[in-house]
Design a protein around this ligand. Structure first.
Ligand code: SF4
Length: 422
C-alpha cells in the first residue's frame, strides 16, 4: 500500500489562515499545568503586568503584520487571504478587560484581515472572578467560549487545584448563552487521581446537561518539560515549580492505564449517543461547532501566533516565542521594539509527510491513500501494520477516494502509532 498524506506543503512560506494570541496570566497556578503561565502579583494588584503585556502584544501583532505585509502584501491587496479564525488562549484570557480584548481583535482585523463570520474563541475559567463579562466579550467580537471546566465534582476540582465549583461552570455557561456567545465548549480531564469511572461519567453527564456545543476531553498528562529540555532561556515552557513537581510525582502514581482506557471509551460512547461527533482524538462537537481554529492546526494550515511561548507555522518553518515574560516585555516595550526572543526550525519534506500523517490521523477525516510518493511509501509499512492490528480502518472519503482513520482502539494507542510514523 502507498500512502499520500494529503498535499505535501509548498517549500515556500504561505500567509496564515489563523491567528493565536497567548495570554499568560492566571489567578493561581494549577499543579498539573504546563502551559506558559504567570500568576499572583503579576496578574492582580498594583504590580500587575497585564496592561504592559497587552501593549507589548499589540506591538508584536504590528511587527508580525509588517513582516506579512512585506512578504505577501496587505490583506486588503487581495494577495493575502484574511484570517478564518482568531484564538485567545492561555493562561486565562477572560481576565483581560473586555476593552483590551476589543482592541486586540480590532488590531487583528485591521492588520491581518478577518473573513466574515470568522471564528473568534476566548478561553475562560468558570470562577466568578475569572470568567469575565460574557456580554461585553461578545460585543468585543468573541463568538466562541472555551471553558476550563475540567470536572463537575467539587472534591476532584480541589484535588486539581482549581478555584471554581461545578455551580460556577453552570453559571458561566448560562452567562455565555445570555450574553450572546454563539458556541460554548468545555474542557474536561480524565485519568485524574481519585477519579473513578462513575465520577467521570458524572462529569460527562454534568457537561451534557449544560447543553454545550463542544467537548474537549483530555487525559491528564504529567510530562516533565524540564527533563525534555524545553525550559531554557529560549525554551517554549517555563521551569516546573517545586510544589508542582511534588504534586505530579504523587499524582502519576495514582494514574491507571486501564481506568483511562475505560474512561475514554465511555466518553466515545456517551458523547456519540448525545449527538456529538468525535472529529478529533480528544474533541467532540455538535454539527457545525467543530473548532475551526484547531482544525487549521490539524490540517497543517499556516498560522500566526503571538505572545510568550506561542508557536507559529508558515507552511515551511515552525517558529516559537520564548516562554519567559521578562524577555518578551523587554523586547517589545523597548524604545525601538524588536521581535521577542525565541527559535525556529525548518520542516523538511520527510518530516512534513510524517507531520501530515500524524495530524491527519488525529482527525476522523483521516488520511488519503493515493499514488506513490517517496514520503508516502516510507510511511506505508507502519500504516499496514496498524491496519493489520485493527488500529486503523479503511473508509471512502467524500469523493469515494480511499482513506484510513483510527479505530477507537487506534485512538487509545495513537502515541504508539505516531511514534512509528515519525
Ligand atoms: S487555569 Fe488553566 S492555564 Fe491557568 S494554571 Fe490552571 S490549568 Fe494552567
Amino acid at each position: 500500500m502507498t500512502a499520500t498524506p494529503g498535499t505535501l506543503p509548498a517549500p515556500d512560506p504561505r500567509p496564515p489562515a489563523a491567528l493565536y494570541l497567548h495570554v499568560p496570566f492566571c489567578v493561581s497556578l494549577c499543579p498539573y499545568c504546563d502551559f506558559v503561565v504567570v500568576a499572583g502579583a503579576a496578574t492582580r494588584g498594583p504590580a500587575s503586568r497585564v496592561s504592559a503585556f497587552v501593549e507589548a502584544l499589540e506591538v508584536e501583532l504590528r511587527l508580525r503584520a509588517d513582516a506579512l505585509d512585506a512578504a505577501f502584501g496587505r490583506p486588503s491587496s487581495g494577495s493575502r487571504p484574511p484570517l478564518a479564525s482568531v484564538y485567545l488562549g492561555g493562561g486565562t484570557p477572560s481576565l483581560l478587560p473586555p476593552d483590551d480584548v476589543a482592541r486586540l481583535l480590532g488590531l487583528a482585523g485591521s492588520r491581518f484581515g478577518l473573513v466574515g463570520g470568522a471564528e473568534v474563541t476566548l478561553e475562560a475559567n468558570p470562577g466568578p472572578d475569572e470568567r469575565g463579562d460574557a456580554a461585553a466579550l461578545a460585543r468585543a467580537g468573541v463568538n466562541r467560549l472555551s471553558l476550563g471546566a475540567q470536572a463537575m465534582e467539587d472534591a476532584l476540582l480541589r484535588r486539581l487545584g482549581r478555584r471554581h465549583s461545578p455551580d460556577d461552570v453552570r453559571a458561566a455557561v448560562a452567562e455565555a448563552r445570555a450574553g450572546g456567545i454563539a458556541s460554548v465548549s468545555v474542557d474536561l480531564l480524565y485519568d485524574v487521581p481519585g477519579q473513578s469511572l462513575e465520577a467521570w461519567q458524572a462529569t460527562l453527564e454534568g457537561a451534557l446537561e449544560l447543553g454545550v456545543d463542544h467537548v474537549s476531553a483530555y487525559a491528564l498528562t504529567l510530562d516533565d518539560p524540564d527533563a525534555e529540555g524545553l525550559t531554557g532561556p529560549l525554551g517554549d515552557h517555563l521551569p516546573t515549580r517545586a510544589g508542582a513537581r511534588r504534586w505530579r510525582e504523587a499524582a502519576v502514581r495514582e494514574q491507571d492505564e486501564d481506568r483511562a482506557s475505560a474512561q475514554y471509551r465511555l466518553a466515545v460512547a456517551r458523547l456519540a449517543a448525545a449527538g456529538f461527533r468525535g472529529y478529533e482524538i480528544s474533541n467532540w462537537a455538535r454539527p457545525g461547532h467543530e473548532s475551526r481554529h484547531n482544525l487549521a492546526y490539524w490540517r497543517r494550515l499556516p498560522h500566526e501566533a503571538v505572545g510568550p511561548g506561542a508557536h507559529a507555522f508558515d507552511g515551511a518553518v515552525r517558529r516559537w516565542n520564548a516562554a519567559r515574560l521578562d524577555g518578551y516585555l523587554a523586547a517589545l516595550s523597548a524604545a525601538s521594539p524588536s521581535l521577542p526572543p525565541g527559535g525556529s526550525e525548518a520542516v523538511h519534506r520527510a518530516a512534513a509527510a510524517s507531520e501530515q500523517a500524524i495530524l491527519g490521523l488525529r482527525l476522523d477525516e483521516g488520511l488519503g491513500l493515493g499514488p506513490a510518493s517517496t514520503e508516502g511509501s516510507l510511511l506505508a509499512p507502519h500504516l499496514d501494520w496498524a491496519l493489520d492490528s485493527g488500529l486503523l480502518e479503511r473508509f471512502a472519503g467524500p469523493a469515494g477516494e480511499p482513506r484510513v482513520r483510527l479505530t477507537t482502539d487506534g485512538r487509545l494507542l495513537s502515541n504508539e502509532i505516531f511514534a512509528r510514523l515519525v
